[in-house]
Each structure stands twice: as structure tokens, then as C-alpha cells.
Design a protein around this ligand. Structure first.
Ligand SMILES: *Cc1c(COP(=O)(O)O)cnc(C)c1O
Ligand code: SF4
Length: 382
């Protein structure tokens, strides 16, 4: 048995442990176990600094989960968009492929609480029909292995899946969605990396939510993947008490770049039964997005999205930088709230725009330029 598998075995899991270690009322612990089991491996547990801290909130069951009565359990309509078991096909050219129900931790905010951890709801019996679906649908060029956490599979099992996918000619890229580098970095071994790199291009998207998750171990895991030629991205969810603070998110994004992880998505939390206590306002999300763009490396700025309820997919949100736009110009503000005008040229999509070599500038712009002195941007030498 590998070290990481032992660590899964040593996880805090039972009702008795929840009562003893975290002072949870026994009845609540039983109900919580029934609703969405706990699994806190010794590594992630060791990151907790005090009760209720950002690490604790992500992994320790809380009775507020049970107080969330009439919320949806499948907000993204993944079931309705599942043509065969284990596949969600929402976008034209890519598909989500659930390969296991198991995770190295059960995150209290998980949006798939309804099925994650349940062998019957994400069953290995569905793998064959899923492969057949992927074979038949030649429009699918991008397959995302998810679950559960695909790195809960053994190397051998994962390799079987990768071999089978690589036999399908129209599948160009394979992605792994895994929290293992964050919550159990011991899973990222040389053996695993050497196996994965035989099936390139393979991308990994992981899920850091807080700077304290960036440790020596998780840094090493991400660097090992990067060294194996795997581009590693990060998907973060904005959560109350965890990272609903621009300074925390900026620090996390900068730390991720240092360990060669590229911030990819930043999500508003999904409406999910038992996880709504984590949700924040859209204003908070926009504030965080605004605190990144321009204020730090563009590489540190993820796409800020809402995964639309009802299965609409990821929809980008931007703070409002456009103050005005017409055929002739667009008026923008920058990250420091300075205002700039940009000439809108004519082409097939904008026949009335400013024309190349046009003698006279359009009236509006000219008038404005005469009236008010537009500040000239000086580029200082550095
Ligand atoms: C997020 C997601 C994808 C991948 O979306 P990208 O924007 O390509 O990263 C694919 N399928 C489903 C169902 C998803 O939720
Ligand atoms: S690792 Fe992902 S799928 Fe598993 S519990 Fe956490 S959020 Fe859910």
C-alpha cells in the first residue's frame, strides 16, 4: 500500500471521532454523517491552526449544513445533461467524465454532495458505456476526468483509463480535475508523474482556496506535475470565512504563480443544499476581481465566473470598466479609475466607425478634445 493510501485510511471519518475531536453533538454528527460523510486526512488536518479557521471550515462538518432545507441538490443540472451514466455533456466539444465517487477529503462546500462519496451514484459499472459514448461522439475533443477525485484511483486503474482515451482519435486533450495536490500532496509521486506524461497533452486543474494550503508539500506536488510537462491550473471558489477578502485572494494567486500553478477560474459558490452558508454576494466577488486586474500580474488573474443554475455553464463576470460605447469610440476606466477614450474603427461589424485615413475625426471626439485637455500619458523610463 502506498503512503497516500495509508493516509486516507487514517482519516477522521467516524461519528465517534467527530464527537471526540471536534466537539460535535452526537445527534448532529450522526445526521451529518448521513447527509455527507466526513473524511479529513492527517495531512489536511495538520493545516488547521484554530477552530473555525479557513481550513477547518472547508473540511469539518457543521450542523448549519443540516439547516439548509429547500435548496437544490443538483443546481447545475448535471443529471439532466448526462446522456449516459458518468458523463455530463454540456458544451459542444468537451465532456465531463466521472471516474470515481471517492475523494481524498470531503469538502463541506462540495457542489456534488448529492453523489460524491457514494459508490452507487458514481459507479464503475458506467465506465464502459461512458467510453462508448466518447467514442461515438466525434465532436468531443476535450475530456475532463472528475468525480470524486480521479487521483483516488490507483496508478494502474488511471493508466487503463488514459490508454483507452488515447485510443480515441478525436480526443485531443485530457484534463484531470483533482484536489489531491492541495489536500493530500503525497499522492503526487514520481511514479504517477512518469505514467501521466506518456499520455500528453494532459492538463491538471486543482483547487486551492486559501494561502495556508500552499505548503512545502503542496508546492512540491505542483512542481512535480509541472516538471512532468503538465500545465497546472487552479479553480477557486469564493467562500464566506475562507477567502471572501481581496487581500487573501491576491496573496493566494501570487503564491500559486510561484509554484507554477496558473489561476484559471474563480467561481461564485453554487447554490447547493448543505453548502449555502458559504455563499457571498456578487459584489464581494466583483470586488475581489477588481482588486486583482492591474494590481498584480495578469497571470495571477483568473476568469471570474458564475456556473449558471439550470445548467447554463460558466458565464464570465467583469467589474464594469466600460463607461460608454458607440460606433465611434469606447470610453473606459482603468484599474485606478482613470478614464480613457479609444477610437472605434469601421469594419464589417461596425460600418459607421472611424475610417482609416479619414481626414476629419468624428465630431464627438473632436469636440471633446477641443473642449477639455485630455491628459497625455507619459511613459516614464524605469
Ligand atoms: C466546467 C465544465 C467543463 C469545462 O469547461 P471549460 O470552460 O472548458 O474549462 C466541461 N463540462 C462541464 C459539465 C463543466 O462543468
Ligand atoms: S474534492 Fe472536489 S468532488 Fe471531492 S468533495 Fe471536494 S469539492 Fe467535492
Amino acid at each position: 500500500m502506498e503512503q497516500w493510501q495509508n493516509m486516507i485510511r487514517e482519516s477522521v471519518h467516524s461519528v465517534d471521532q467527530l464527537v471526540e475531536k471536534f466537539n460535535i453533538d452526537r445527534k448532529d454528527a450522526e445526521d451529518l454523517d448521513e447527509f455527507f460523510q466526513a473524511r479529513i486526512n492527517p495531512y489536511y488536518l495538520s493545516l488547521i491552526r484554530y477552530p473555525g479557521d479557513p481550513i477547518w471550515l472547508q473540511c469539518i462538518p457543521d450542523k448549519v449544513e443540516l439547516e439548509d432545507f429547500d435548496a437544490q441538490d443538483d443546481p447545475l443540472m448535471e443529471e439532466a445533461m448526462s446522456p449516459v451514466p458518468n458523463i455530463t455533456h454540456r458544451y459542444p466539444d468537451r465532456a465531463l467524465f466521472l471516474v470515481t465517487s471517492q475523494c481524498g477529503i470531503y469538502c463541506r462546500f462540495c457542489t456534488r454532495k448529492r453523489k460524491v462519496g457514494d459508490y452507487e451514484k458514481i459507479s464503475m459499472k458506467g465506465l464502459e458505456t461512458a467510453f462508448q459514448y466518447l467514442e461515438q461522439h466525434t465532436e468531443i475533443r476535450d475530456v475532463i476526468l472528475s468525480g470524486g477525485d480521479p487521483l483516488m484511483l490507483t496508478d494502474t486503474m488511471l493508466e487503463k483509463i488514459l490508454i483507452r482515451l488515447r485510443e480515441i482519435k478525436h480526443i485531443e486533450i485530457i484534463r484531470l480535475g483533482t484536489r489531491m495536490p492541495v489536500i493530500l500532496p503525497h499522492r503526487i509521486t514520481d511514479k504517477l508523474c512518469n505514467m501521466i506524461k506518456k499520455y500528453h497533452p494532459v492538463y491538471v486543474n486543482t483547487h486551492f482556496n486559501h494561502p495556508w494550503e500552499v505548503t512545502l508539500q503542496s508546492s512540491k506536488a505542483c512542481e512535480m506535475l509541472a516538471n512532468a510537462g503538465v500545465p497546472v491550473g487552479n479553480q477557486m471558489v469564493i467562500m464566506k470565512g475562507v477567502n471572501d477578502d481581496p487581500a487573501v485572494v491576491k496573496e493566494l494567486m501570487q503564491m500559486l504563480l510561484k509554484i507554477r500553478v496558473r489561476p484559471y477560474y474563480m467561481y461564485m459558490a453554487d447554490e447547493t443544499k448543505g453548502a449555502n452558508h458559504f455563499r457571498t454576494s456578487i459584489e464581494t466577488g466583483l470586488k475581489i476581481a477588481e482588486a486583482l486586474r492591474g494590481h498584480t500580474s495578469g497571470l495571477a488573474v483568473p476568469h471570474f465566473v458564475i456556473d449558471a443554475p439550470g445548467g447554463g455553464g460558466k458565464i464570465p463576470l467583469l467589474p464594469n470598466y466600460v463607461l460608454h460605447k458607440d460606433e465611434e469610440k469606447i470610453i473606459l476606466r482603468n484599474f485606478q479609475n482613470k478614464v480613457y477614450s479609444y477610437q472605434n474603427y469601421a469594419d464589417k461589424n461596425n460600418p459607421d466607425g472611424y475610417k482609416f485615413n479619414q481626414k476629419k475625426k468624428p465630431k464627438a471626439t473632436k469636440k471633446k478634445a477641443n473642449k477639455k485637455k485630455v491628459p497625455v500619458r507619459v511613459y516614464e523610463e524605469v
